[in-house]
Design a protein around this ligand. Sequence first.
Ligand SMILES: [Zn+2]
Length: 247
Amino acid sequence: MTRGPNRWRPETVGPVKCFLLDTGPGPLVGFSIRTGDPADTGGDACLSPFPNAAIREAQRLRALVTLRQVHSDTVVEVSDSEFVSDAVEGDALMTMIPGVGLGIKVADCLPAYFWDAGLRSVGLAHCGWRGTAAGIAPGLARALSARLEVSPRRLRFALGPCICHDCYEVGPEVAERFEDLDCAVRPSPTPGSFRLDLRAAVRGQLLALGLHESSGLQLCTRENPATCFSHRRDHANGRNVAFIALR
Ligand SMILES: [Zn+2]
C-alpha cells in the first residue's frame, strides 16, 4: 500500500471516516473512507447515493452538492446553497460560497481538488479517462481563473486516490487519446495493451497551465479494498466521496 504524505490524516466523526488534507488556513479537503466489510459492496456509510447528508453533518457544512456524472468536460458553478444534488449533468464543480461543500463520487476515477491563493473559491473535478482526454481538469482551472480574474498561477490543486497505472490496462483506442500527454501512457506486458497513469495525465495538464501542486493522497483504489471502492475490482455501485469547501 502506498501511503500518502502525512499532510492527509484520517478522522472519524459519527459514521463517517475520512482522510483530510491539512491546508492550513485553506479549504476543507477530504476523501471519505469506506466502512464495513470490504467484501460487502453495498450498505455502506460512504455508498452513493446516501453519503451527502452524513458527510455534510460530520463536517458541519451548509450543503454538500453532487452532479449526475457523465464523463464530460462540463463545469458547473454552484451559486446557491439550494442547488439540487444529482439534478444537473457535469463532471466538475466550483463555488465561491463558504460552507457549501462540493462532492464527486469515485471508484477508480481521480478526484482533483482546486482552490485559489486568495481563498475565494474552490473546485473539484471528476477525472476518468474520458473526462481527462476531454480536458475536464484544465477546463475547471480556466473557469476558476476567469471567474476570479486571476492567473492560473494563483491556483493550487491536489490529487486524490485513483486506480494506479500498474492496475489500469487500456486498449490502443484509449491510449491514442493521450498522445500529447505521453508521460501518461506506457506499454503493458499484455501485448496490444497499454497502462494509463491518470494522475500523471492530470498533473501534466495542470502544471502546464502554471498551477501549483499540494500534497496528494497516493492510494491505489484497486489495491486498497478496506479503504476504497474500485469499479474495476468490484464491478459494483459503491463509491467514495471526494469533497471540498471554503471554510
Ligand atoms: Zn494499483
